[in-house]
Design a protein around this ligand. Structure first.
Ligand code: ZN
Length: 152
């Protein structure tokens, strides 16, 4: 309420500052000047408010998106210890990661377990080959050839 009164007071002061000299020097109707300056100020104020609110909402949604991305990067799927439903929870290493289940609303404690493993390097392995050659058949052929050489 106080802000509205202050805004009306500011509008009237600005209208007076603009209207009084114009009325004094150009002899144009003071009431008309007052009405015009007040209307212009209200229109400009409305446009400014709409623009700033739009900008505020855009910034807010961008920040929410950024926050959501941050949460998704550090989030983990955790199964509730009470009802077994899966919850997506943010994980902070060394922090308190307790969460309230979205389904049963009971508080779960989270214990982090770090597993260490050797990193596999696939580029060191020989390339994977697909062959329709039957090795047992090839060996049989070799055996057959050696036998044939012996007989001839
Ligand atoms: Zn639950």
């Amino acid at each position: 309420m106080r802000e509205i009164l202050l805004s009306i007071f500011k509008i009237l002061i600005l209208s007076s500052v603009i209207s009084l000299p114009v009325w004094y020097f150009l002899n144009i109707s003071l009431v008309g000047l007052y009405i015009i300056t007040i209307v212009i100020q209200i229109v400009i104020g409305y446009i400014y408010n709409t623009w700033s609110q739009d900008r505020f909402e855009k910034n807010l949604s961008l920040k929410q998106l950024e926050l959501q991305r941050e949460i998704e990067e550090t989030a983990a799927q955790a199964t509730c210890a009470y009802c077994g439903e899966i919850n997506l929870i943010p994980i902070t290493p060394g922090g308190d990661n307790d969460f309230d289940c979205l389904h049963c609303e009971k508080t779960n404690a989270v214990y982090l377990n770090i597993t260490v493993a050797q990193k596999t390097n696939l580029s060191d392995l020989p390339p994977y080959e697909i062959s329709n050659l039957d090795p047992t058949l090839e060996e049989t052929k070799k055996l057959f050839n050696t036998n044939e050489n012996r007989t001839s």
